[in-house]
Design a protein around this ligand. Structure first.
Ligand SMILES: [Zn+2]
Length: 93
C-alpha cells in the first residue's frame, strides 16, 4: 500500500510551493522599497567638494583665507572652519 500514500504527498508539496513563494516575493518587494525611503548620506571624498557643470568647475565649499586655495573649509551649521589651521568664519545671514 505504499504507492497510494506517496501520490497524495507529492500533490501537497506541489500546492505548498506556490503558497510559500508568494509571501517571499512580497517580503522581497517590501525590502527593495526600504532603501528608496532612506535619506542619501552626504558624499565623502574630495570629489564631493566640486560640482562640474558643463565645462566649468565650481567649488561647493569656500577655501581657507589663511591656507589659500586647495584647503577647503568644513561646512558647519553656522560657520566654516579650516581643519588645517583652525580658522573659523561665521556665516552671515
Ligand atoms: Zn586654514
Amino acid at each position: 500500500m505504499p504507492k497510494p500514500a506517496a501520490a497524495p504527498v507529492k500533490e501537497e508539496k506541489a500546492v505548498a510551493k506556490p503558497e510559500a513563494a508568494a509571501p517571499a516575493a512580497k517580503a522581497a518587494a517590501a525590502k527593495s522599497d526600504k532603501p528608496k525611503e532612506k535619506k542619501k548620506k552626504a558624499e565623502n571624498g574630495v570629489h564631493s567638494m566640486y560640482k562640474v557643470e558643463g565645462d566649468k568647475v565650481s567649488r561647493a565649499r569656500p577655501t581657507c583665507e589663511r591656507c589659500g586655495p586647495g584647503y577647503f573649509m568644513a561646512d558647519h551649521h553656522e560657520r566654516y572652519t579650516c581643519g588645517h589651521c583652525g580658522f573659523t568664519r561665521y556665516k552671515q545671514k
